[in-house]
Design a protein around this ligand. Structure first.
Ligand SMILES: CC(C)(COP(=O)(O)OP(=O)(O)OC[C@H]1O[C@@H](n2cnc3c(N)ncnc32)[C@H](O)[C@@H]1OP(=O)(O)O)[C@@H](O)C(=O)NCCC(=O)NCCS
Length: 184
C-alpha cells in the first residue's frame, strides 16, 4: 500500500494533483467509459473491474494515478507509470466538460511532467491513437512525435521547449488536510 500525496504549484495554486483514492473509482470509471473510443482499451468498464484495477494499482509501486482537482472539485485525471526507466503518461481525461478549454488540464500536465522530470526521469512519453484530437493538445503542450505505428503515435516531451514549474509535494490525504483540502 502506498502513501497518499498531492502536488501543487505556486504558478497555478487552484490546480492540485492528488493520488487517486478508492472514493475516486466511480469518477475514473465513468470518465473512462465516456471517452473509451479515444483509448486503446475500448470495452465498457464495470464497477467490479474498476475496483479490481484499483486494488492492483495500489500494489504497483511505479504507477501513479492522479485526480486533477480544481478549487476542491475533481475535474479530471491523469497518470504515469515507469517502464524501463521511462515515464509513460496515460489516462489523461477532462471529466467535467464545462471546465474544458480554460488551460486547467494543461496546468495539470505541466505540474505532473515537472514532478516526473525532477523525481523520476527526463524521458517522458505517451501513446495516443492517431485519430484522437488530443494529439494537437499534446503538441501544444510540448510533446513531439517520436514514432508512428499503425493506428497510433508515440509522443515524447521536448524538455528543451517545455517550461517546468515549481512544485511542492505534501504527503497525506488532501481531504484530511483542513487548510488545503477545504475552501475557507
Ligand atoms: C485532451 C484534454 C484532456 C484537453 O482538455 P482541455 O480542457 O481541452 O485542455 P486545456 O484547457 O488545457 O487546453 C485546451 C484549450 O484551452 C485553451 N486555453 C484557454 N486558456 C488557456 C490557458 N490559460 N492556458 C493554456 N491553454 C488555454 C488552449 O489554447 C486550448 O485551445 P485549443 O485546443 O482550442 O487550441 C480533453 O480534451 C480530454 O479529456 N479529451 C478526451 C480524453 C483524451 O482523448 N485524452 C487523451 C488520451 S491519450
Amino acid at each position: 500500500m502506498r502513501k497518499e500525496f498531492f502536488l501543487k504549484s505556486k504558478n497555478f495554486a487552484n490546480v492540485i494533483l492528488k493520488t487517486a483514492e478508492e472514493k475516486d473509482c466511480e469518477n475514473l470509471r465513468q470518465w473512462k467509459n465516456a471517452h473509451r473510443s479515444l483509448f486503446f482499451f475500448q470495452d465498457i468498464i464495470s464497477s467490479d473491474q474498476q475496483q479490481k484495477w484499483f486494488q492492483e494499482y495500489l500494489e504497483r509501486q511505479n504507477d501513479y494515478m492522479f485526480m486533477v482537482v480544481y478549487k476542491f472539485i475533481p475535474i479530471g485525471c491523469m497518470g504515469f507509470r515507469l517502464i524501463n526507466g521511462e515515464a509513460d503518461i496515460y489516462n489523461v481525461i477532462l471529466g467535467r466538460p464545462a471546465m474544458g478549454g480554460k488551460g486547467l488540464m494543461s496546468h495539470a500536465l505541466r505540474l505532473m511532467c515537472s514532478y516526473i522530470h525532477s523525481e523520476w526521469t527526463p524521458q517522458i512519453a505517451l501513446k495516443v491513437l492517431k485519430t484522437n484530437p488530443a494529439v494537437k493538445w499534446y503538441k501544444m503542450n510540448h510533446f513531439e512525435e517520436s514514432a508512428s505505428q499503425p493506428g497510433f503515435l508515440q509522443l515524447r516531451l521536448n524538455i528543451k521547449n517545455f517550461k517546468f514549474c515549481e512544485w511542492e509535494k505534501t504527503n497525506g490525504n488532501l481531504s484530511n488536510t483542513p487548510k488545503i483540502g477545504r475552501p475557507s
